[in-house]
Design a protein around this ligand. Structure first.
Ligand code: PLP
Length: 496
C-alpha cells in the first residue's frame, strides 16, 4: 500500500518514505491511498492476543513495505514493560455502558506515549530502508506533553539524538521537572526565553536553514520531527481503538458487530482522527464525539462548517488542548472531499492568509453524519472531575473531564444509549494541582509535590511511579537561552 499527499495527488510513496519524510514537500500530509478493511474474524482473532501482537496484525495492513521481522522489532520494543500494565491500555468500567480507555500507562503518564514509544523504531527502520547510513536528529518544540514523551521514546535509541526546547514560563512545574531530569546519552533539553510560539518558530527556522542542513549533512545527520503530522505517530493510535473494541468483546461487554460511540478530548485532531480511521476500516462505531475546552474552534467547525481562528486564545486547565490550528483536520477533509487536493489547497491557503475557511455543504453534511461536537469551560471541567469522583470514585484528569462533560451533555440532548468509550488522555497526577482544586482541596502554601501527596491522601489513589521519581532525580538540564541562540545550541550538541 502506498501513501499520497493531501495537497498533491501525484505523490505516491511507500510507508517507510512517508514516515522518514514526515511532511510532503508541498506542505501536504501523507495519507494511505486506500484504507485496509477489517472484519469480525480479524477482530475476534485479536481477542486472545497481547497488545503488541494486536499492534503487529494492524501494522501489517499499513506498513506493507516492512518485513514481518521489522514490524515485530518495532512492536515488541515499544509495548513491553515500559508500560505499568501488561495490557498497555486499560479499560475502566465507569457505569452501565460507559467505559474509560486509559491511554496513560506509559512512561510519561500521557497518551502521547502510545505513539511516541513506537515512533523511534518506526522511524529508524524507515530511515534504514530509505536513507541508510544517516543519523536522525529529532528537534521538538513543546508546550509540555509531547516533549517529554518524545524524550522518553528516543532516549538511547541507536542512530538518533533528540533536542527539546520548551518555553521557560510556559509549562507546568511537573512538566519542567520531568524534562530537566531526563536521562539518556543522546538527549538535550533547553528552556527558551519567550512563549511556545517563540520555541516553535525557532525550531522551524532551523529546519529551513540551508547552512545548518549542509553542515549536518556533511556529518551524515538529517533533521526530523516527532509531531503528530507524521504518519508514524498517527498510525499507532488506530491500534488502541481496534484493540479496545476487541477487549470489550473478549470481556463480554459487547457482542461483535455492536456499535459503540467514541468520545475524544481533542486538540490537534490526531487522536480522534485515528478513531475515524478505525471506523472507516470497518470497526463498528456509531458516533465520534469531539470534545473541546474553551478553545472551541472545532465545536464551531463541526456545527457550522466554518473554521475560523480569528478568536481569542484561552489558557485553560487542560493545556494540551489549548490550540487553534488542528493540523490533522486536513487529513479528514481530504478524505471527505473525495480526495480533492484543489479544495484542500484552497482551504488551507485561506486559513493561512485569512485565518478561516468554509467547507462545502456536501463535506459539512458528511462531517455531521460522522461527528458530534461539544465544549466546556474550566469551571465545568472541574465540576466534572468532582462529580465523577463523588459518583463513581473514579479520579480523572482535566482533559478526560472535558470529554466526560461533553459526553454527558450529548447523552442528555440526544437520549442516545449506545455503549460508549471515553478516551482518557492523561493520568490525573500529571495535572495534579487543577485536579486537587476541583476536589476543593486547599493548596495554599503547598508546592507541587505537597499537593499531589495531599491528593493521594484525599482520594486513596496513587501517584504514578515516573512522576513520583522526578522528586529525587538530579536536574541535568538548567540552560535558558534566547531564541537567537537556538541554532548554535543545536549545532554544539550535535557536533559533540
Ligand atoms: C495531546 C493531548 C491531547 C490532544 O490530542 P490531539 O491528538 O492533539 O487531539 C489531549 N489530552 C492530552 C493529555 C494530550 O497530551
Amino acid at each position: 500500500m502506498n501513501y499520497k499527499s493531501t495537497r498533491n495527488n501525484d505523490v505516491s510513496i511507500t510507508s517507510a518514505q512517508a514516515i522518514a519524510q514526515g511532511l510532503s514537500p508541498e506542505g501536504g500530509l501523507f495519507v494511505p491511498e486506500s484504507l485496509p478493511r477489517i472484519d469480525g474474524d480479524f477482530v475476534k482473532a485479536l481477542c486472545e492476543k497481547s497488545y503488541a501482537d494486536r499492534a503487529f496484525d494492524i501494522f501489517k495492513l499499513f506498513l506493507t513495505d516492512f518485513t514481518d521481522e521489522e514490524i515485530r522489532y518495532c512492536v515488541n520494543n515499544a509495548y513491553a514493560d515500559n508500560f505499568d500494565t501488561e495490557n498497555i491500555a486499560e479499560i475502566s468500567h465507569l457505569l452501565q455502558g460507559t467505559y474509560i480507555l486509559e491511554l496513560w500507562h506509559g512512561p510519561t503518564c500521557a497518551f502521547k506515549d502510545m505513539a511516541l514509544q513506537i515512533l523511534p523504531y518506526l522511524l529508524t527502520t524507515s530511515a534504514k530502508k530509505t536513507i541508510p547510513d544517516k543519523d536522525i536528529a529529532i528537534l521538538v518544540a513543546t508546550s509540555g506533553d509531547t516533549g517529554k514523551a518524545a524524550l522518553e521514546g528516543f532516549k538511547d535509541v541507536e542512530g538518533t539524538t533528540i533536542t527539546v526546547f520548551y518555553p521557560e514560563d510556559g509549562v507546568s512545574d511537573m512538566q519542567k521537572r520531568q524534562m530537566a531530569t531526563q536521562e539518556g546519552n543522546n538527549v538535550f533539553v533547553c528552556a527558551v526565553k519567550g512563549n511556545f510560539d517563540d520555541c516553535q518558530n525557532g525550531v522551524k527556522a532551523i529546519f529551513t536553514d540551508k547552512e545548518i542542513i549542509e553542515q549536518l549533512d556533511s556529518a551524515n545527520i538529517v533533521l526530523s520531527s516527532a509531531n503528530s503530522i507524521n504518519w508514524g505517530r498517527l498510525s499507532p493510535q488506530i491500534v488502541y481503538y481496534i484493540s479496545a473494541y476487541a477487549e470489550l468483546v473478549k470481556n463480554g461487554e459487547i457482542e461483535y458487530g455492536e456499535k459503540i460511540n467514541i468520545v475524544v478530548p481533542t486538540g490537534n485532531f490526531g487522536n480522534i482522527l485515528a478513531a475515524y480511521y478505525a471506523k472507516e476500516m470497518g470497526l463498528p462505531v456509531n458516533k465520534l464525539i469531539c470534545a473541546s475546552n474553551a478553545n472551541n474552534i472545532l465545536t464551531d467547525f463541526i456545527n457550522t462548517g466554518v473554521y475560523d481562528r480569528n478568536r481569542p486564545f484561552y489558557t485553560t486547565v487542560s493545556p494540551s488542548m489549548d490550540i487553534l490550528i488542528s493540523s490533522n483536520l486536513e487529513r479528514l477533509l481530504y478524505h471527505l472531499s473525495g480526495e480533492n487536493t484543489q479544495l484542500i489547497n484552497k482551504w488551507f491557503t485561506s486559513l493561512k492568509t485569512e485565518g478561516r475557511y468554509e467547507v462545502t455543504d456536501d463535506v459539512k453534511a458528511k462531517i455531521q453524519e460522522l461527528f458530534c461536537a461539544g465544549c466546556c469551560n474550566d469551571r465545568e471541567t472541574k465540576a466534572a472531575i468532582k462529580d465523577c469522583f463523588d459518583s463513581y470514585s473514579y479520579l480523572m484528569d482535566t482533559h478526560t473531564a472535558v470529554a466526560y462533560k461533553v459526553y454527558n451533555d450529548y447523552k442528555k440532548a440526544t437520549g442516545d444509549n449506545t455503549k460508549t468509550l471515553i478516551a482518557s488522555t492523561a493520568n490525573p497526577y500529571k495535572f495534579g494541582a487543577a485536579v486537587f482544586d476541583a476536589l476543593k482541596g486547599d493548596a495554599a502554601g503547598l508546592d507541587e509535590f505537597a499537593i499531589i501527596e495531599k491528593l493521594e491522601e484525599m482520594t486513596g489513589t496513587t501517584i504514578p511511579q515516573p512522576l513520583a521519581a522526578t522528586k529525587n532525580k538530579a536536574v541535568r538540564f538548567k540552560g535558558v537561552i534566547d531564541r537567537s541562540e537556538m541554532p548554535k545550541a543545536v549545532l554544539d550538541f550535535l557536533k559533540k
